[in-house]
Design a protein around this ligand. Structure first.
Ligand code: RIB
Ligand code: CA
Length: 330
């Protein structure tokens, strides 16, 4: 694997990694970002998605403590999507901790404003890594459209571009489904975008054997990670009895997007013109990806991931998580 690039990032997350049994992928994505020597986490912003934004904020602060990085600032963001009131205000089946009390350790100011401030203060220096509904990013772009040209890049976990979910209740991917208007605004902004969708993220999976390997790590994070993985696999098995893929393993959606920031070679990228359906009765959040194969094709507005080196990513992920336990806590 090539020498990793070095990137300063703002990580926008709907982290729900609380007690074992809650959604793990944002938490593992944050752990991977902290662990990768090629990534410097400047700021974490939180948004409604896997849990209500106060719970997400509190769990993010708690996980940063657990990772030995209480120095990373966390800014609370949007509590609802742009044009709806949808929120996981109460703990849902994903068993996050009880609804958030105020996360007193968070830094002041709304996440969207903090994104604008940081990006405009250092044009070209910061990469926005979005692993949640895109509400904060769309708000930042509405407040200051020049963010689109000042951000080094937007790398997101979101969408599904070469297939769809075959689930009528959510034909698009979750992050786009929660806030389709925000997703549409981001793709229309002119920002340089790489999108890592379900096409590839559903193929990178943690198994119970991987969990056992993490449990064997010397330090405490591996054991916590293993317990969370086992419980989340069991939860997904119960929630998706008819989906073979969800039996015995869980997808690492957000960690793959984070890894691709400085290890783009893990994925195969293709230019596309993506639009997001916002109001279709049956198609809310569906991404329409024109692969620019016809003579009338429009200009691309992003690159989408169309293939993944599963073994290379899995090895990188497990090595990085293992390495977290070797660090001396500050
Ligand atoms: O569809 C996967 C995405 O939805 C991930 O970001 C996961 O954390 C959930 O938010
Ligand atoms: Ca997420």
């Amino acid at each position: 694997m090539g020498q990793p690039l070095t990137r300063r990032i703002i990580l926008d997350t709907d982290l729900g990694m609380g007690q074992p049994g809650s959604d793990i992928d944002d938490g593992f994505a944050l752990a991977l970002a902290v662990a990768d020597p090629g990534i410097d986490v400047d700021l974490v912003t939180t948004v409604n998605g896997n849990a209500d934004v106060d719970t997400v904020t509190r769990l993010t602060l708690e996980l940063l403590q657990r990772l030995g990085r209480p120095d990373v600032p966390v800014a609370r963001g949007a509590a609802t999507p742009l044009l709806s009131r949808w929120s996981r205000a109460a703990p849902d089946v994903r068993r996050v901790d009880p609804p958030g009390t105020d996360a007193s350790g968070r830094s002041p100011g709304h996440a969207a404003l903090r994104i604008v401030e940081r990006v405009m203060a250092e044009p070209g220096e910061l990469t926005l890594v979005c692993i949640a509904p895109l509400t904060n990013v769309a708000l930042a772009l509405a407040i200051e459209p020049r963010v689109a040209r000042s951000v080094a890049e937007i790398v997101m976990m979101g969408g599904v571009f070469l297939e769809h979910t075959n689930v009528a209740a959510m034909p698009g991917e979750f992050n786009f489904w929660v806030d389709p208007h925000a997703a549409a605004a981001v793709f229309d902004s002119g920002a340089p975008i790489r999108a890592v969708g379900l096409d590839v993220t559903r193929r990178v999976r943690l198994t119970r054997a991987h969990a056992a390997r993490m449990a064997g790590s010397a330090g405490g994070f591996g054991r916590f990670a293993a317990a969370c993985t086992d419980e989340w696999i069991s939860h997904n098995e119960r929630m998706n009895p008819g989906d073979e893929r969800e039996q015995g393993s869980c997808a690492l959606h957000d960690p793959l997007a984070v890894a691709s920031v400085v290890h783009p070679e893990l994925l195969t990228w293709r230019p596309a013109r993506v639009a997001v359906e916002t109001d279709g009765r049956h198609t809310r959040g569906v991404a329409v990806a024109d692969l620019l194969t016809t003579s009338e094709a429009a200009e691309p507005n992003c690159r989408i991931a169309v293939d993944v080196n599963v073994d290379a990513f899995t090895d990188l992920f497990l090595d990085r998580i293992h390495g977290l336990d070797q660090k001396d806590r500050p």
